[in-house]
Design a protein around this ligand. Structure first.
Ligand code: SF4
Ligand code: SF4
Length: 350
């Protein structure tokens, strides 16, 4: 029983302090300080749990952590670090500890009508087929920033589209409003019938954690049955040269990473980015709230992308799309950034 403790005891107890997670952690790589590692952070949580430290004293590390969950994939004890981080922020990021910008972001997507407003300026005509194989999730900021992604997914899959849907609550769950985040996922689950098709890795992992994996399908998974029908994307008569940037939550939360690679290998000359599984520094709100650290996290990736002479770097999450576009533009790297649904749509045009 958790009672009034900030952390679920059995989740906190699972860490055996082996340190296998340290080399996988991008913030530990930046500082080489134990406090900035998963093990160090779990020790901070334990100190809070027994009253040795206040939540305020751990605020910096709760925010410096990217929430990428790379530590989970290498942990031999099965520590659910992502859930612990959600509990940490829900306890610590309250009142004065929440910045105005974060207040505004959470406010903007808290109600379905506000989310609909975000998409108003980018209205699309979706193909509607009822009943359809999947219900398409339009996302919150994705429908405002990258409306072409849902439009492409809607042409490439058998979907029904409910335009009055709200946000899945991932933003809330990852930023100090875990209960509200779960409520929003449940509301979306009621609104969208059957299996929910999502083009966002972060949303897929959050929805699956609340509604169950059986209710959620990520876009590249949905193509599995007809992958061989996809035609190559050609540039000047040659297959496009592409690499993938993994979505952290898709990879470490749902273990989905072979599926987008299989789609891209069918469509193009696929090259593996050496650090494809490393966080790009977008990390939900991180690139906005901690832009300096986010830039630093991206440095290594920028060099890798520049070296590979790619036509496209492909993303499976809107936050990563935004980060890749912004960072590559800033560094004058000409590689184009595209979401996998839009890349598949290019194939269909040829
Ligand atoms: S989180 Fe996992 S890998 Fe890291 S120290 Fe704890 S048990 Fe070891
Ligand atoms: S979530 Fe990512 S940044 Fe945070 S402790 Fe784990 S590996 Fe490090």
């Amino acid at each position: 029983m958790k009672q009034d403790l900030p952390f679920t005891p059995k989740l906190l107890d699972r860490c055996i302090s082996c340190g296998y997670c340290l080399p996988a952690c991008p913030t530990y790589a930046l500082t080489q300080e134990e406090e900035s590692s998963p093990r160090g952070r779990i020790n901070l949580m334990r100190a809070v749990q027994i009253g040795e430290l206040s939540l305020d004293q751990t605020l910096e590390q709760s925010s410096f952590c990217l929430g990428c969950r790379a530590c989970e994939s290498v942990c031999p004890a099965g520590v659910e670090y992502g859930t612990l981080l959600e509990e940490w922020r829900s306890a610590a990021w309250q009142g004065k500890n929440r910045s105005l910008i974060l207040h505004l972001l959470l406010f903007a997507v808290n109600k379905a009508w506000r989310v609909r407003f975000l998409g108003l300026f980018n209205l699309r005509n979706y193909k509607k087929s009822e009943p359809a194989q999947y219900s398409l999730m339009l996302g919150c900021f994705e429908r405002g920033l990258f409306p072409g992604v849902s439009a492409a997914a809607a042409t490439n899959a058998d979907v029904s589209v409910c335009s009055s849907q709200g946000c899945c609550g991932a933003l809330h769950a990852h930023n100090g409003e875990l209960d509200r985040g779960k409520e929003m996922a449940a509301e979306l689950g009621e609104k969208l019938p059957g299996k929910i098709l999502t083009t966002s890795g972060g949303c897929a992992a959050h929805l699956a954690s609340v509604l169950g994996k059986d209710r959620v399908i990520e876009y590249s998974q949905s193509l599995a049955a007809r992958i061989e029908q996809l035609q190559p994307v050609l540039i000047n008569g040659k297959r496009a040269r592409v690499a993938l940037q993994d979505s952290c939550h898709l990879r470490h939360g749902l273990q989905i990473f072979n599926e987008p690679r299989a789609v891209l290998a069918q469509l193009a000359d696929y090259v593996e980015l050496p650090g494809a599984s490393d966080c790009c520094g977008a990390a939900g709100t991180y690139a906005i709230l901690r832009s300096k650290d986010s830039n630093q996290v991206f440095d290594k990736k920028a060099k890798e992308i520049a070296k590979l002479d790619l036509d496209y770097i492909v993303s499976v999450n809107p936050g990563c799309t935004r980060q890749l576009k912004t960072q590559l533009r800033k560094r004058r790297i000409k590689t184009k950034v595209i979401h996998i649904a839009e890349f598949v749509a290019l194939s269909n045009k040829l």
